[in-house]
Design a protein around this ligand. Structure first.
Ligand SMILES: Nc1ncnc2c1ncn2[C@@H]1O[C@H](COP(=O)(O)OP(=O)(O)OP(=O)(O)O)[C@@H](O)[C@H]1O
Ligand SMILES: [Mg+2]
Length: 232
C-alpha cells in the first residue's frame, strides 16, 4: 500500500513567550509531518507546549523561527487573505473550552464559519445550502433535538459536539483538536473520541492534543513533546 502524501509539515519550530523581564522558551526546534488521512495524537506534560504547537499549526500564532507548510505552501508567508482562508476553511479547530457563542443557538453556532467566510451577497446565495449542511452535521452528531438550544443549556459533551460541528462546517482538510475531552467525564469523553475515530475512518486528517495517554492511544500515531522537541 502506498503512503498518502504529507499535507502538513513543521520544520524547526521555535517559540518563546516574554513574561515581563523573563522569557519562557516553549518550543526548541519541533519537526513533524502529517500525512493526508492520518489521525495523530500529540502528547506531553502540562506546559510542554502542546497548545502552543497546535496554535502554530492552525495559523493562529506565528513561530519565532522555523516553517510550517501546508501542501507545500508556507503558512506564515501567506497573504492576510490566504491566512484567513487557511484558518477558516482549510483548518477546523476544536478547543478544550468549546468557545461557543452563548447569544447564538446551536444551529447558528455551527453555521457561523460558513457565514464568516463569505461576502454578504455570497452568503445570501449560499445560506440555504449552509443551513442544510449544519442540520445534517447536527444529525450526525446526535444533536438534532438541540438545534434551538443555547450553549449554556447544554451539557459539556453536547457543547463539545457542537464545537466539533462548527469545526467541520467548512469541510476542513485538517481537523485540529486541543484537549477535546479534557473537561468531560470518561464516558462522555469516550463518546467524543468515537466521533473522532469515525471521522478518521471517513478520511479526515486529525491532529489531537492531549496530556492523557489513554486518549492518545485512540489515535493511529503518537508524537511526544519533551523539552520543547519531539521525542524521537
Ligand atoms: N501567551 C502566553 N504568554 C506567556 N506564556 C505562555 C503563553 N502561552 C503559553 N505560555 C507558557 O508556555 C508554556 C506552554 O504552554 P502550552 O499552553 O502550550 O502548554 P500545554 O502543553 O498545552 O499545557 P496543558 O497540558 O496544561 O494545556 C507554559 O509554560 C505556559 O505558561
Ligand atoms: Mg494546552
Amino acid at each position: 500500500m502506498s503512503e498518502s502524501p504529507v499535507i502538513l509539515k513543521a520544520q524547526d519550530l521555535h517559540k518563546s513567550y516574554r513574561m515581563g523581564a523573563t522569557r519562557v522558551v516553549v518550543l526548541k526546534g519541533v519537526d513533524l509531518a502529517v500525512r493526508e488521512g492520518e489521525f495523530v495524537a500529540v502528547v506531553g506534560a502540562s506546559g510542554s507546549g502542546k497548545s502552543t504547537l497546535l496554535h502554530l499549526l492552525g495559523g493562529l500564532d506565528k513561530p519565532d523561527k522555523g516553517h510550517i507548510q501546508f501542501r507545500g505552501r508556507d503558512v506564515n508567508r501567506m497573504s492576510a487573505r490566504g491566512l484567513n482562508e487557511y484558518r477558516n476553511e482549510t483548518v477546523g479547530f476544536v478547543f478544550q473550552f468549546y468557545h461557543l457563542l452563548d447569544e447564538l443557538n446551536v444551529l447558528e453556532n455551527v453555521i457561523l464559519p460558513a457565514m464568516v467566510s463569505r461576502s454578504v451577497v455570497g452568503w445570501l446565495l449560499a445560506r440555504h445550502q449552509a443551513r442544510r449542511r449544519a442540520v445534517a452535521l447536527l444529525d450526525q452528531l446526535g444533536l438534532q433535538e438541540r438545534a434551538r438550544h443555547k450553549p449554556y443549556q447544554l451539557s459539556g459533551g453536547e457543547r463539545q459536539r457542537v464545537a466539533i460541528g462548527r469545526a467541520l462546517m467548512n469541510q476542513p482538510t485538517l481537523l485540529l483538536a486541543d484537549e477535546p475531552t479534557g473537561n468531560l467525564d470518561s464516558a462522555t469523553g469516550n463518546g467524543i473520541l468515537t466521533i473522532f475515530e469515525q471521522l478518521h475512518a471517513a478520511g479526515q486528517t486529525i491532529v489531537l492534543v492531549t496530556h492523557d495517554e489513554r486518549v492518545a492511544r485512540r489515535a493511529q500515531r503518537i508524537i511526544t513533546l519533551v523539552d520543547g522537541k519531539v521525542r524521537t
